[in-house]
Design a protein around this ligand. Structure first.
Ligand code: GTP
Length: 567
C-alpha cells in the first residue's frame, strides 16, 4: 500500500467523551463493520471494559476508504481515557502522526483532555479537535470552542462539531484525518530519513498481547522497510532472532496479509513465548540488517502496591498461574513474591493506579475464577541509608519500600522520600474554595490557577501521591457535585517526614495492617484506622484492645467490648 496514502492516528479524550462511539462510526463509515448491526464500543473487547463501559486496553483497527479518487489506509488506535491508563495512551501515540482530541460539547475541557493534549503536543502530532455530543440538549459547542482556543491555542475554526451517537458530520472527521494528518513518509520521524519501503526494516513494537495458542502477538508500526511471513527478525532489545509466522492488519480483527510495508500498522507473530520478549518500545529489524533502534518509550512505572493472597492456601498454585497469565497480557503490572504470617504465601503487585488495581482484580475473578485477599494499597517510598554497613547490606544507598512492614527505622536512614504527582483539576468556579481546602488538607502545594472560561477554573497542585491514592477522587467528586475532574502525572520524589505506624490487636502487632504516614497525620490516621477496625472486626467473646503505635508510643486506642446476648 502506498505509504503516502497511509494515516496513523489515535483518538484521545477524557473518560466518556465518546472516543469508542466515534471509533464505531468511523469503522462503519469505512465499511470495516456492518452498519446494520447494533455496534456499541466494538473495540472494547474485554468483559470488564463492556461492564464498566471503559476502555482499558488500547485497540487498533485498519480502515480502508476512497477519497477524491484515491484509496487510503487509515490506522486507528483507540485509547483508554482514564488516568491510570495514560501509559497506554502514550505508547499508542508513538505509533501515530496525529490525534483526534474529542471533547464533550456539554462538559467541555476536562482534566484528562488537558493531559492527553500535552501528550500529543509533546510527541509533535497533528491535533484535530472534535467537539462531540452536539445533539445533547445542554450542548454548548461555541463555549467549548473558545476553551480550546484559550487553553490549547488552537484556532476555533479547526474544531469539528459532531454527534458520534447520531453520526452527524462524522464524514468531516475522515476528511480531516486525510487532509490534516501527515503520512509517515512526509515527516522526519525521530530525525531519521523519510520512511521508505526500500530502507531496511525498522518496526516499533507499541503493544503486545498473549494468545494461548499462537503465543505473543506484537502490534507493530513500520517506520521503514517491509516484513513478510518467513522473514528472520531480531529484537534490538534482547538480540534474539525469530522467524515470522504471520503478519497482518487489524481490521479490527486480525486479518493476515502477505506483507507489512513502511507506514503501516499491524500485527506480527514470531514464536515469542511471553510478552517480555516483545517489549513495548522495542525495535525489530531483519536478521543481518541491523538498524539504529527507534527511541523506546518510558516503561510503565507502578504507582501503587498491594499484597495479593489466595483466600485459601490450597489455591496458591491456581492463583499463581492466573497471575502469570494475566501479566502476560498486562506487562505494566509488576510482581514480587511476598508472604505474611496471617495470610501465608502471596505476592506484592505494583499497579499504575487504583482503577488499574481494581480492573486487575476483577479480571482475576472473571477470567480465571480466582478470589483473592487484597491488602490496603501503598505507594513506593524511598529511604536514603545512613551508614556504609547498611548500604552494603541492602546493596544500594537509596532503597525503595513497597511493603510498609519493611519500612526501615529512622535510626538507619538520613532521609525518607515520598512520590509526588502534579495534579490538574478542572472545576466550575463555585467549588474552587472547597477544593482548595481539600487540597490543603492533603498536603498539596498550589502551582497554578487559570480561568478557562467565565466560570470554569483549572488548578494545578503538587500532591504527595499517598494523599490521593485512597479516597481523594471520591472526595473531590462529592465536594463538587460530580463536576470537578482530576488527572495527574508523575513528578518524582520529595523529602518527607514519614513514620511507620503499627496496629496492635491485644498488644500484638498485625503485620498486614502496618502503614506509613506523614508525621503530622499520624494521630488522625491512627484514630481513623482504630475506629474503622472496631466497626469491621467480627465480634468476639472477649474484649479486644485495638491500638495504633509509633514505636513504643501508643497514639490511639479503641476497645471492642463484649456484649453478651440477653438471656
Ligand atoms: P472511555 O472508553 O471510558 O474512555 O469512554 P469513551 O470516551 O470511549 O466514551 P464512549 O464512546 O464509551 O461514550 C460514553 C457515553 O457517551 C456513551 O453512553 C455513549 O452512548 C455516549 N455518547 C457518545 N457520543 C455521543 C453523542 O454524540 N451524543 C450523545 N448524546 N451521547 C454520546
Amino acid at each position: 500500500f502506498p505509504v503516502e496514502n497511509t494515516r496513523n492516528f489515535s483518538i484521545v479524550a477524557h473518560v466518556d467523551h465518546g472516543k469508542s462511539t466515534l471509533a464505531d462510526r468511523l469503522l462503519e463509515l469505512t465499511g470495516a463493520i456492518d452498519k446494520t448491526k447494533n455496534n456499541k464500543q466494538v473495540l472494547d473487547k474485554l468483559q470488564v471494559e463492556r461492564e464498566r463501559g471503559i476502555t482499558v486496553k488500547a485497540q487498533t483497527a485498519s480502515l480502508f476508504c476512497n477519497y477524491e479518487g484515491k484509496r487510503y489506509l487509515l490506522n486507528l488506535i483507540d485509547t483508554p481515557g482514564h488516568v491510570d491508563f495514560s501509559y497506554e495512551v502514550s505508547r499508542s501515540l508513538s505509533a501515530c502522526q496525529g490525534v483526534l482530541l474529542v471533547v464533550d460539547a456539554n462538559e467541555g475541557i476536562q482534566a484528562q483532555t488537558v493531559a492527553n493534549f500535552f501528550l500529543a503536543f509533546e510527541a509533535q502530532l497533528s491535533i484535530i479537535p472534535v467537539i462531540n455530543k452536539i445533539d445533547l440538549k445542554n450542548a454548548d459547542p461555541e463555549r467549548v470552542e473558545k476553551q480550546i482556543e484559550k487553553v490549547f491555542d488552537i484556532p476555533g475554526d479547526e474544531c469539528i462539531k459532531i454527534s458520534a451517537k447520531l453520526g452527524t458530520n462524522v464524514e468531516s472527521v475522515l476528511d480531516a484525518v486525510i487532509k490534516r494528518i501527515p503520512s509517515i513518509c512526509s515527516l522526519l520521524i525521530f530525525n531519521s530519513p523519510k520512511a521508505h519501503c526500500r530502507n531496511p526494516l525498522r518496526a516499533l513494537v507499541f503493544d503486545s498481547t498473549f494468545d494461548q495458542y499462537r503465543g505473543v502477538i506484537a502490534n507493530v508500526a513500520l517506520f521503514d522497510g517491509v516484513v513478510s511471513k518467513g522473514d528472520k527478525i531480531v529484537s534490538a532489545h534482547t538480540q534474539k532472532t525469530y522467524e515470522v509466522n504471520e503478519v497482518g492488519v487489524l481490521n479490527p480483527n486480525e486479518q493476515p496479509t502477505h506483507k507489512l510495508y513502511a507506514g503501516q500498522v499491524g500485527y506480527l507473530i514470531a514464536g515469542m513465548k511471553d510478552v517480555t520478549e516483545a517489549q513495548i518500545g522495542d525495535t525489530l529489524y531483519l536478521h543481518k540488517q541491523p538498524v539504529e533502534p527507534l527511541p523506546g518509550f518510558k516503561s510503565a512505572k507502578p504507582m501503587v502496591f498491594a499484597g495479593v493472597y489466595p483466600i485459601d492456601q490450597s489455591e496458591y498454585n491456581n492463583l499463581k498461574s492466573a497471575i502469570e497469565k494475566l501479566t502476560l497480557n498486562d506487562s505494566s503490572v509488576t510482581v514480587h513474591r511476598d508472604s505474611s504470617l496471617a495470610l501465608g504465601a502471596g505476592w506484592r503487585l505494583g499497579f499504575l493506579g487504583l482503577l488499574h488495581m481494581e480492573v486487575f482484580n476483577q479480571r482475576l475473578e472473571q477470567e480465571y475464577n480466582a478470589s483473592v485477599i487484597l491488602t490496603t494499597p501503598t505507594v513506593p517510598y524511598k529511604a536514603v541509608l545512613s551508614s556504609a554497613k547498611l548500604i552494603k547490606e541492602y546493596r544500594e544507598k537509596e532503597i525503595t519500600i513497597i511493603n510498609p512492614a519493611q519500612f526501615p527505622d529512622k535510626s538507619k536512614v538520613t532521609e525518607y522520600l515520598e512520590p509526588v504527582v502534579l495534579g490538574t483539576i478542572i472545576t466550575p468556579d463555585e467549588y474552587t474554595g472547597k477544593i482548595m481546602m481539600l487540597c490543603q488538607a492533603r498536603r498539596a502545594v498550589q502551582k497554578n490557577m487559570m480561568f478557562i472560561d467565565q466560570n470554569r477554573v483549572m488548578l494545578k497542585y503538587l500532591f504527595p501521591l499517598n494523599e490521593i491514592v485512597v479516597d481523594f477522587y471520591d472526595s473531590l467528586k462529592s465536594l463538587s457535585s460530580g463536576y470537578a475532574s482530576f488527572d495527574y502525572e508523575d513528578a518524582g520524589y520529595q523529602t518527607a517526614e514519614l513514620v511507620k505506624m503499627d496496629i496492635l490487636l491485644n498488644g500484638n502487632i498485625v503485620e498486614e495492617l502496618v502503614t506509613v504516614v506523614h508525621k503530622d497525620k499520624a494521630y488522625s490516621v491512627g484514630k481513623a484506622i482504630c475506629e474503622r477496625l472496631k466497626d469491621s472486626l467480627p465480634r468476639q467473646l472477649f474484649e479486644i484492645a485495638i491500638q495504633a503505635a509509633l514505636g513504643s508510643k501508643i497514639i490511639a486506642r479503641e476497645t471492642m467490648v463484649v456484649i453478651l446476648p440477653e438471656k
